[in-house]
Design a protein around this ligand. Sequence first.
Ligand code: AQP
Length: 326
Amino acid sequence: MKIFSGIKPSGIIHLGNYIGALRQWVILQDAHECLFCIVDLHALTVRVDPALLRRLTLETAATYIACGLDAKKSVLFIQSHVPPHAELAWILNTLAKISELKLMHQFKEKSKSNPENINAGLFDYPVLMAADILLYDATHVPVGQDQQQHIELARELARRFNSIYGKTFVVPEGMIPPRGAKIMALDNPAKKMEKTGSIGGYIALTDTPDVIRKKIKSAVTDSGSDVLFDEKKKPALSNLITIYHLLSGLSIPAIEKEYQGKGYGQFKKGLSDVTIDFLKPIQQKFSECMGDPGALLRILEKGACAARAQADKKMQKVKENIGLIA
Ligand code: AQP
């Protein structure tokens, strides 16, 4: 398998990003050829302060490493350091249909939450994402559930290009984890946990123990007091139990047994302890990485060089097949 995935530096990486995406990446890098990107061009689709974007880009890279990505096993790089991403996106734009882009849930949601800035980049985001993936002949793309529709589009664009211009791209598969593919917001279990959501909705990987306790204490729960996993009847609690399960490694029945008759308060205290313990080594490593930005930038430069070599080769083939003089 050849793996590609990325996270956009639109905020601080949260437990949903970790559980849905990063956690899989760390496992996959041991057995597969992997490229992991900080997709900074995607972050521009929402108005962002330049200094903040620079900081979040480095923080995202530091978080990748803190969570266990290893530059010796994976290629780690910043999207904008490899210009073929934008170049291929342009070419794929000539194949993508307005009608199919209009169907994208993320575009509809982001347009609703940012009505003052529904820009063309936001509309075109899935095409850039298709270019990210197709440039590297990725066979598999580990992502959370919210990205499934974008992966479908990437598959469709690969097939369309291949059928018009001859076999050029690998048709990639999404890899959606069986559990934790959609972690919900703590303050609104009907909404996905997101970096740009309300602050009480997400646990950032850099949140302090006090903040974590406060957020979990205020997390919305369902009626009743039994700690039971039931996504239909107890969606809020089931979301919290999923987090507990994936961070602690304890099975869901074992968690239910542990908190039988103890009520939501005890469970939330336990979940806070599990989360704080889980994040402690990640936060230590994150601080080390951020304390040596030179080393971080060297890793990213080396990664960009390796990615660029692959991307240039693919662009050469794309240009030849499409009739551009390469
Ligand atoms: N709540 C979630 N549960 C599980 N997986 C999630 N992912 C995002 N939210 C959850 C996965 O994390 C990766 C992040 O990709 P991204 O940053 O490029 O885009 P996103 O999906 O738009 O992430 P956010 O956190 O929701 O950011 P904002 O607020 O900026 O839009 C993807 O693999 C995604 O599926």
